[in-house]
Design a protein around this ligand. Structure first.
Ligand SMILES: [Zn+2]
Length: 213
């Protein structure tokens, strides 16, 4: 599997294009907006986009989903059903943050812990990691030891939990009990900012480092 990070929206959200090197079939994770930039990356990499995968339904992650899915006839998988209220609230989120008009959508498939999603010959494992939003999921590609964690964990920080149905203790548990056990060597692409590894965060992250546990 190969990947390319495409920062989108005024929040510089790390939308990520993933593709299978054998078939060149691709999925895009969290197309929050700036669809021209995403489509340019798809063309430059000469991949065939077939799916949208969503970690959660905040506007900077999911805002471009409906338009992109319709234009390119893509299926939408994720997030967890508990994020449905955030999808229904996309127009309100858009208004609040000054984003362009956004449409609501219904995913073709809601995702649950233990599910698998695939494109080409690539399979990703789905890990439910609530706390930032109740239906937040993480995508894990075991063969390349890479996780796409959305707004669960960042280099040196964690996701906000001051939104409706956010919960700090739940988020910490998601990170410590579901992500860290995957292994110190796992690289992760967060929803914002630079990549890191779970091992580095276990050592240095002031919210979830082992010594604060
Ligand atoms: Zn978020």
């Amino acid at each position: 599997m190969k990947y390319r990070i495409i920062p989108v929206t005024p929040f510089q959200q790390n939308c990520t294009l993933l593709w299978c090197e054998q078939t060149m079939k691709a999925a895009v994770v969290d197309p929050g907006g700036d669809l021209a930039r995403i489509k340019a990356a798809v063309a430059e990499e000469s991949v065939e986009l077939e799916k949208i995968l969503l970690t959660h339904a905040h506007i900077d992650h999911a805002g471009g989903t409906a338009a992109l899915a319709r234009e390119l006839e893509l299926t939408i998988e994720g997030p967890g059903r508990d994020d449905e209220f955030w999808i229904e609230g996309l127009p309100k989120q858009s208004e609040m943050f000054g984003f362009p008009d956004v449409e609501v959508f219904t995913p073709d498939r809601w995702l649950e812990d233990g599910d698998r999603v695939s494109f080409g010959e690539v399979t990703l494992e789905v890990i439910h990691c609530p706390g930032h939003t109740p239906g937040h999921v993480v995508f894990y590609h075991r063969p390349s030891a890479l996780a796409l964690v959305g707004d669960v964990l960042f280099q040196g920080s964690i996701g906000r939990t001051d939104f409706p149905r956010g919960d700090h203790a739940t988020l910490i548990r998601s990170i410590r009990e579901k992500l860290f056990p995957l292994g110190d060597e796992i690289d992760f692409i967060p929803g914002h900012g630079p990549m890191s590894t779970f091992g580095m965060e276990r050592q240095t992250n002031p919210f979830v480092a082992d010594r604060f546990g």
